[in-house]
Design a protein around this ligand. Sequence first.
Ligand SMILES: Cc1ncc(COP(=O)(O)O)c(C=O)c1O
Length: 395
Amino acid sequence: MPVSEKMLAFSSQSSMIRKMFEEGTQMKARFGADNVFDFSLGNPDVAPPDRFNEAIRELSEDETPGIHAYMPNAGYPWVRKIIAERMSAEQGISIKNDDVLMTCGAAGALNVVLKALLNPGDEVLLLAPYFVEYHFYVDNHGGVSRVVKTDEEFNLDLNAIEEAINQKTRAIIINSPNNPTGQIYSQESLIALGKLLEDTGRRFGTVITLISDEPYRKIVFGNHTVASIFKSYSNSIVLSSYSKDLSLPGERIGYLAVHPDIDDKTALLDAMTLANRILGFVNAPALMQRVVAKLKGISVDCSIYEQRREKFCKLLKNAGYSFIPPKGAFYIFPKSPIADDVTFCSILQEEKILAVPGKGFGLGGYFRLAFCTDEKIIERSASAFAAAIRKAENV
Ligand SMILES: Cc1ncc(COP(=O)(O)O)c(C=O)c1O
């Protein structure tokens, strides 16, 4: 067998979302796309803002010599300056151009950070439920994931985090607004987390880096806001992308910033810049760097997601599902009416609903619904959700 055993095992672990995607494609071919309720993928369907297309058109006229050449691996200095200004406003703390790196999406940023931080065997805390790829990225760089539970509302469980920290703990990855729960961590809880990391790191004579993965920062509902990580803890790195808030996941444009007072800042930034290169990204896509630099303050129309969220929550509630209404991102993570979430997702599938079992996110007993789907599909799914919960009662 020419494939490594580890990759074979990873492929089967990551198969839940892919399986849904493949089955969804087959079902749509069989029953027609409008007759399948596909809530499996977090692939934004809301069109990017018009200004994005205009910016591409403007930039396509630019014939400045060298425009397609290699650039500094951290990205165009003038683009990093613009991102630093935006992040300073967001984080409420002054971030310098050199503290920013342009990356190939949030996924590229996570790999760059972990490559720069981890020694073999170092542990990284992941909070369940979590974006499943974290586990693979940690492994990419010789680390070991340690999964920690969250509380019953998917908020930070500081006691559980404290219990999981040991001499080998090198980092913790948090994600707020969260995929798959839609939870947003409060500023108070982040400050308490920062203090815990500081205190336990001191106790073990180590530095624990807080990695905040924030691609959903701008997709928030009602008057919820996303707190500043940099105000909570100085050994922190914030990373994000334009995949979700500009609907550009295929364009692979993201960025990261380190806290201005992070330990060993110069060595860390040098290591991350080199990682960007040697992981094979070399640099973030040139055209997209220039495009996003032009799009100050622009993101997709969040009211579209907000409306879908209202409709979806209402119909799930009416059908008898139990869930925490999401504060941000575009997912709902209801409790499975039966303990076995994989079986329940099969029951949903019999009703032509595609959802991903919570097990795929490291937390069984739940399932994830992504509302990257037209409102009409959500509306039409009401009776199918009601039928599935009735069927589950007889399992
Ligand atoms: C929580 C989370 N982090 C990171 C990513 C990867 O984002 P990107 O496409 O910008 O690499 C995703 C994508 O779904 C995500 O949900």
